[in-house]
Design a protein around this ligand. Structure first.
Ligand SMILES: Cc1cc2nc3c(=O)[nH]c(=O)nc-3n(C[C@H](O)[C@H](O)[C@H](O)COP(=O)(O)O)c2cc1C
Length: 178
């Protein structure tokens, strides 16, 4: 091998190792699973996202990181509306439907969907649905971070078992104290 290329290849190798250790670290981050929806001219779009967080309570604001290549990205960006539906463990089957591109046509075929004040679809069986208006967009690498001002919160009174994602697997919550 030409000595001139060695440092470049080793840099690349180091970068790949760095990315892999980042991914391995993030697999240890347990999170809820959100089905994020939007609608543009009454055409509904959605994706599964775990990169969701609260930003502030005053005003109530959350963020969602959306890959620019996902079909829902354009709908959220152009319509300026999104709804974060936290999935229950019973709705685990929706994860494949809303994350696999080849199942896009099935996306709103099952489930009890309602239209919220912003026009975004909410899943009636969700733990909670946050109906949001997009107030900021930050482009960073492959993703856009959308800040959503929460307009309405819909959640049923009864306890619903949440769906969790940890170590590339879907799980239920187990209590560790009494
Ligand atoms: C557990 C899980 C978490 C995901 N989290 C995110 C996320 O936070 N942001 C994102 O853009 N895509 C995320 N994805 C990927 C998208 O759900 C998926 O790539 C996208 O919906 C493909 O959409 P399209 O077929 O409409 O382009 C996640 C997928 C899974 C299975």
């Amino acid at each position: 091998m030409n000595a001139m290329f060695r440092p470049l290849l080793s840099d690349l190798h180091d970068q790949q190792r760095h990315v892999e250790s980042f991914k391995a670290g993030m697999r240890r981050f347990a999170s809820g699973v959100a089905l994020v929806t939007s609608a543009e001219d009454s055409v509904r779009a959605g994706l599964i996202a775990t990169a969701v967080s609260s930003v502030s309570t005053s005003p109530p604001t959350l963020l969602v990181c959306v890959n620019k290549n996902s079909s829902a990205h354009g709908a959220i960006d152009r319509s300026g509306i999104l709804c974060v539906n936290l999935l229950s463990a019973e709705d685990v089957d929706l994860v494949q439907v809303f994350s696999q591109t080849e199942r896009r046509a099935e996306r709103f075929a099952s489930g009890d969907w309602r239209t919220l004040a912003t026009g975004a679809p909410s899943l009636h069986s969700a733990l909670v649905s946050f109906d949001c208006e997009v107030v900021e967009r930050l482009s960073y690498g492959t993703h856009t971070i959308f800040l959503g001002a929460v307009k309405e919160v819909h959640s049923p009174e009864k306890y619903i078992d949440p769906l969790l994602y940890l170590d590339s697997a879907f799980r239920r919550v187990e209590k560790v104290d009494d």
